[in-house]
Design a protein around this ligand. Structure first.
Ligand code: SF4
Length: 152
């Protein structure tokens, strides 16, 4: 996967690539990204890229919308849910999950019933809340900009 032209592999694990692909898709927001552009940016073959996109779709993380672009049919990849920021994606359990191949939205292994994803969301949410509390505390503890001075 992801080899140089001379055949010497620039070995990158499927998890790393999946994580990169997902992060890039999320960064495009609601518009998503054309898969051809994504493959180009990550130097992926369309075969490898399509496999990764299908894995993400199967996990319910992205949708693939068929679109006509310059007279050719292709797919636009769009994140199903957009996180508040993309840094948290790197720790998403789905990226390195052993059950990934069995995980589907309506299967017995599913994001809808997954404890790992639930815990991850809760931890990310509590981090966000802590961050917000921290910035509020900084704002409220700031001293008043002007202290009245006595004039005589
Ligand atoms: S089982 Fe959970 S962690 Fe694994 S791929 Fe499915 S939703 Fe993600």
């Amino acid at each position: 996967m992801n080899q140089d032209n001379n055949g010497e592999g620039r070995e990158e694990s499927i998890e790393d690539l999946t994580s990169k692909v997902f992060k890039l898709i999320v960064e495009q927001g609601k518009e998503g990204i054309l898969q051809s552009r994504l493959w180009k940016e990550l130097n992926l073959t369309s075969r490898d890229g399509s496999r990764i996109a299908m894995r993400l779709e199967k996990r319910g993380l992205v949708t693939r919308q068929r679109v006509l672009e310059n007279g050719r049919w292709t797919f636009r990849l769009i994140a199903v849910r957009l996180p508040l920021d993309t840094t948290s994606i790197e720790g998403a359990p789905c990226i390195t999950c052993n059950l990934e191949s069995m995980c589907t939205v309506d299967g017995s292994v599913s994001p809808n019933t997954c404890r790992l994803i639930e815990n991850w969301v809760l931890v990310e949410m509590s981090k966000k809340i802590d961050e917000e509390k921290g910035s509020e505390a900084t704002t409220t503890s700031t001293p008043s900009p002007s202290t009245p001075t006595a004039t005589s």
